[in-house]
Design a protein around this ligand. Structure first.
Ligand SMILES: *[C@@H]1O[C@H](CO)[C@@H](O)[C@H](O)[C@H]1NC(C)=O
Ligand SMILES: *[C@@H]1O[C@H](CO)[C@@H](O)[C@H](O)[C@H]1NC(C)=O
Ligand SMILES: *[C@@H]1O[C@H](CO)[C@@H](O)[C@H](O)[C@H]1NC(C)=O
Ligand SMILES: *[C@@H]1O[C@H](CO)[C@@H](O)[C@H](O)[C@H]1NC(C)=O
Ligand SMILES: *[C@@H]1O[C@H](CO)[C@@H](O)[C@H](O)[C@H]1NC(C)=O
Ligand SMILES: *[C@@H]1O[C@H](CO)[C@@H](O)[C@H](O)[C@H]1NC(C)=O
Ligand SMILES: *[C@@H]1O[C@H](CO)[C@@H](O)[C@H](O)[C@H]1NC(C)=O
Ligand SMILES: *[C@@H]1O[C@H](CO)[C@@H](O)[C@H](O)[C@H]1NC(C)=O
Ligand SMILES: *[C@@H]1O[C@H](CO)[C@@H](O)[C@H](O)[C@H]1NC(C)=O
Ligand SMILES: *[C@@H]1O[C@H](CO)[C@@H](O)[C@H](O)[C@H]1NC(C)=O
Ligand SMILES: *[C@@H]1O[C@H](CO)[C@@H](O)[C@H](O)[C@H]1NC(C)=O
Length: 867
């Protein structure tokens, strides 16, 4: 094409484009960073038409450099011409905006290009550094004995844990870390279905087959800009296959979205042969020993006339997939599920079956290695608070980079964290900014953290000392500043309480198990006053004793004192306090505080004047709850559990649902209590608990058999509670042999009618249809197979239906019913929440019953990969 023609073409394009857009747009979800680029705001890459931006917005520190031009003279790759190196600091992180919970492909590229003139990659000494994705080790970049002009790229597929992703370079002491380019590509949700917050995968290889001219195929052919290398299968007996017809994905399968152009080509072998091999090995840039490999094969039959082709897939002689026939003009992807190959490299053999006419074919292949995301990021409140502190005071500490607490060895200087043994996100407990030239006001963000020690001494801080209700704070040093005003009362009290004897009262367990919640902490002395020297016992159990108490403001409380103040017991105690301080719902008992030291191990709750449901149900012949009251109690309890299961992330499994743990206030509003055994549960990581916990009569048989803890274990126990509510009988009764309540109910119904099963104290004052539906519901809950049990959301809906059906007429007559009002108010609030679009988030759980509106079916999707 002549120059003139090209100009013309460009002109025409421009005309057409003025109507729509001038440039090919960088797709949303793409971030293109040219590290070390300083000559402008951005540029358009000539190969991809993607817009690249400089990196200074995403990183602090480091110095920018240019590679030796001669070394990359042939390259069209603009990004490899500059780089940023990090001679200072152990860890240097890029912070890149992302959408929390979305999947991303992140690619980093490295071209040394002898930028520093030291020939470090060629002179024979070790030249390598590490990469972290977030707070987890990802991979090593090894440039030892590499050509200076070589480009190395590393990719990771990961789920963004937050509104930003950190990519960090870690100095191993063997050469200065550097980076040339950093690219983020958001993937579609269904893609790479094995990814989750705990599982990322690192690129091992990605190949396409057939007659391919480009060494690498990428964007825009691949909308996600994956790099597909051309497999060099060109010599005999390899053969190229190509089709001009559209090759579709399998209906509904968006797991890999291999571009059509790629699957329109394939490689096969001469029909005189029966198998083909694909070998992959870890080179110097992959630490072979510890790799856990995940291969993914993409197949589509593209030969005309739908030939007869079947083959098996082996990995080093072990069968990975049995006889497989590629679908005609449709992509089938074969990958291992929940299994990885523990080899540093392997040979995959595709082997023709005896009955197949043609030898195997292959269109594309990917292999990844597992990156376990085992380390947790610092609590988000602490992260955002520290960001504000850092910004306000312009703190210039090299280590104040990336996550504040994690991984442990890269904790920010002057910061101490509690790691909770890796069971929950770390929290910051100490900030020491002593003598750091801070000026201005005391940053209010400190208040949002759970600090125990804050040292801001020897600075230039001015203004007043803010009144911060920071319950956790034990030491605040503001000396040698320009602050005015008095020390807030509560701090002063704490100071006064800190005399040696009382100190003892506070400090037990603190070293090993410090607890950081905004919950009020009581001393033994305070509890003694509140309970009037532990006079009035209102309950007793295996755990200890519950006392009645009255706070200074007249509020009645229940003080649960654990029997043994032993270290062993404090193991269950801490999770309970942590859970309690996180959950807030009208049907969960209100937690007011705790005491934890040598003298006492106690929890303080709202006092529930009507005691527990078990006592009320067995209360004797003279008093009985009506059917409507029972339904309301069931609904309350169900809503409390629904909140734990559906509104908390991760879901909380109570593990000890029983009538004795359902408390009633003066208006008979039911609330769930006793979270001592509760555990967080993520569907992705089914919790395997080696000790079955709970109470005999309420134990889910499936959990008991498998120890696989899911929310459905609570549903089972709740089914027993429902049966107790209906029958007034205990979960295991003697009739005359011991019999489990569900069996007893079944027997009664089989022999007579449901009336024989219903609590005789109801004296037939109930609607039989309503009782029948609750019995049906209870029986569904106690089904042996957990997946067949309803979810708490479904139970709540059912119980509401029963209430409306059973009590509708009566309410017209009796007027307002206290609990009904409460429920309506709850519903009204949900709508407000929905309209304003801002659910009130309290800690990790959504407050209010909003889950009802965003209905969750609980079923998992069926993957459709494979033959
Ligand atoms: C980049 O844009 C130019 C002109 O707008 C166009 O000719 C070229 O095909 C585009 N390249 C790619 C890879 O999209
Ligand atoms: C190679 O280069 C590195 C870094 O520039 C330097 O520390 C090392 O001493 C050199 N080694 C040799 C053998 O020259
Ligand atoms: C997690 O953190 C620990 C301690 O800081 C560290 O030793 C370990 O390598 C980290 N794990 C990963 C996968 O990064
Ligand atoms: C397959 O395609 C490649 C790349 O286009 C080519 O070099 C090779 O000769 C082809 N092989 C055969 C057998 O045609
Ligand atoms: C694909 O189409 C081109 C031109 O339309 C034709 O030359 C070629 O033979 C076709 N290839 C196949 C495999 O059908
Ligand atoms: C890095 O590469 C060099 C040379 O290729 C090799 O000898 C060395 O074992 C590799 N180091 C690591 C940690 O992979
Ligand atoms: C292919 O792989 C199989 C199994 O690993 C091996 O026995 C065979 O020798 C390999 N063939 C070639 C040509 O590499
Ligand atoms: C396939 O044929 C080979 C050799 O004829 C025989 O050893 C093998 O058992 C056959 N496999 C099956 C599955 O029939
Ligand atoms: C393929 O061909 C073999 C032998 O010709 C025959 O036994 C087999 O049933 C055929 N399979 C299919 C799917 O047509
Ligand atoms: C804070 O750091 C300074 C030294 O930088 C030290 O003297 C002081 O004791 C530290 N404060 C606390 C509470 O650890
Ligand atoms: C503290 O948290 C509250 C919400 O809990 C938020 O509104 C406020 O902005 C936070 N303050 C700072 C300074 O981060």
């Amino acid at each position: 094409m002549s120059t003139k023609a090209r100009w013309l073409l460009a002109f025409q394009l421009f005309l057409a484009a003025t109507i729509i857009q001038v440039h090919a747009l960088t797709p949303p979800g793409f971030t293109n960073i040219d590290c070390g680029f300083v000559d402008g705001e951005s540029y358009t890459d000539s190969t991809t038409n993607l817009t690249y931006v400089p990196d200074h917005e995403f990183v602090e520190g480091g110095t920018h450099h240019e590679v030796v031009p001669k070394l990359i003279s042939g390259s069209t790759d603009e990004q490899e011409k500059t780089l940023r190196s990090f001679p200072d600091g152990q860890r240097n992180c890029y912070t890149i905006p992302s959408t929390s919970g979305k999947k991303y492909l992140i690619r980093t590229t490295f071209t040394y290009g002898n930028y520093d003139g030291l020939r470090s990659s060629e002179n024979g000494s070790l030249f390598l550094f590490g990469l972290h994705i977030g707070v987890n080790f990802w991979t090593t970049v090894n440039l030892t004995k590499q050509d200076s002009s070589d480009t190395i790229w590393k990719e990771v597929l990961t789920v963004a844990p937050d509104e930003f992703i950190y990519v960090c370079l870690v100095n191993f002491g063997s050469g200065t870390p550097f980076i040339s380019a950093l690219e983020l590509r958001q993937l579609d949700d269904p893609m790479y279905p094995f990814l989750n917050l705990f599982v990322s995968v690192s690129y091992f290889t990605r190949m396409r087959f057939g007659a391919v001219d480009d060494f690498i195929t990428r964007y825009p052919t691949d909308l996600f800009d994956r790099f597909w290398e051309a497999a060099q299968c060109y010599s005999y007996p390899w053969l190229n296959l190509t089709t001009n017809q559209t090759v579709n994905k399998l209906p509904g399968n968006d797991n890999f979205q291999v571009p059509t152009l790629i699957v329109q080509k394939a490689s096969t072998i001469n029909s005189g042969f029966s198998w083909l091999n694909i070998s992959i090995t870890a080179g110097d840039n992959l630490n072979g020993q510890s790799l856990e490999l995940l291969p993914i094969f993409h197949f589509a039959e593209i030969e005309k006339n739908r030939p007869n082709r079947t083959f098996q897939i082996y990995s080093d002689g072990n069968e990975l997939h049995q006889a497989f026939s590629p679908s005609y003009l449709q992509v089938d992807s074969v990958y291992l599920r929940d299994r990885y190959l523990h080899e540093s490299g392997t040979t995959f053999t595709l082997c023709k079956t005896n009955s197949s006419e043609l030898p195997p074919l292959i269109n594309a292949f990917e292999a990844y290695s597992l990156v376990r995301m085992e380390n947790l990021t610092t609590d988000t409140i602490d992260v955002s608070s520290m960001k504000q502190v850092k910004t306000q005071y312009n703190v210039q500490r090299r280590s104040w980079n990336g996550d504040p607490c994690s991984p442990k060895e890269y904790t920010w200087e002057g910061v101490k964290c509690n790691y909770y043994d890796g069971k929950q996100n770390p929290r910051i407990i100490l900030v020491n900014l002593s003598a750091s030239r801070l000026s201005g006001w005391i940053n209010p963000s400190f208040r949002n953290m759970s600090l125990e020690i804050l040292d801001l001494s020897h600075n230039n801080l001015s203004g007043t000392i803010p009144y911060n209700q920071v319950n956790s704070l034990k030491s605040l040093n503001l000396s040698y500043n320009q602050l005015i005003g008095s020390v807030p009362d509560y701090l002063f009290k704490r100071y006064k309480a800190g005399k040696p004897k009382e100190h003892d009262d506070y400090d037990m367990y603190e070293e090993e198990n410090p607890l950081h919640s905004d919950t009020r902490r009581f001393t033994y002395t305070e509890l003694r006053t509140i309970t009037n020297n532990f006079q009035s016992i209102i309950g007793n159990g295996g755990f200890g004793t519950v006392y009645h108490g009255i706070l200074g403001n007249g509020e009645e409380v229940a003080v649960k004192v654990l029997r043994e103040t032993s270290r062993a017991l404090s193991k269950d105690f801490l999770p309970e306090v942590q859970t309690l301080s996180k959950v807030h719902h009208k049907n969960l008992v209100t937690f007011l505080g705790y005491c934890l030291n040598k003298k006492c191990l106690a929890l303080v709750y709202d006092f529930m004047s009507r005691g527990n449901l078990q006592e009320v149900l067995r209360g004797g012949q003279d008093y009985s709850l009506s059917w409507e009251e029972r339904l309301h109690i069931a609904l309350d309890a169900a809503q409390g559990l629904e909140y734990l299961h559906e509104s908390c992330t991760p879901a909380i499994v109570h593990r000890d649902v029983k009538t004795a743990n359902i408390l009633l206030d003066e208006n008979l509003v039911a609330m769930i209590s006793d979270f001592g055994l509760s555990r967080s549960y993520t569907p992705a990581h089914t919790h395997i608990s080696t000790i079955a916990a709970g109470t005999v009569g309420y134990l889910d048989p499936e959990y008991h058999a498998t120890f696989q803890l899911t929310v459905k274990a609570d549903v089972y126990s709740f089914g027993i509670v429902l049966l107790e509510i209906i029958t007034g009988q205990p979960s295991v009764l003697v009739d005359p042999e011991p019999v489990h309540l569900p069996n007893w109910v079944r027997q009664k119904i089989a022999r007579g009618s449901i009336h024989d099963a219903v609590d005789s104290r109801l004296m037939h004052q109930y609607d039989a249809t309503s009782v029948q539906s609750v019995i049906d519901l209870a029986m569904n809950c106690v089904g042996n197979v957990s997946i067949d049990r309803p979810s708490m959301t479904e139970i709540v809906i059912k119980l509401k239906e029963c209430l409306l059906a059973g009590t509708g007429k009566k309410q017209l007559v009796s007027g307002s019913y206290k609990q009904k009002d409460a429920m309506d108010a709850g519903i009204a609030r949900q709508f407000q929440l929905l309209i304003s679009g801002v659910p009130i988030v309290s800690n990790e759980c959504i407050s209010g019953g909003i889950t009802e509106l965003s209905y969750y079916s609980g079923s998992s999707t069926v993957e459709q990969v494979g033959a």
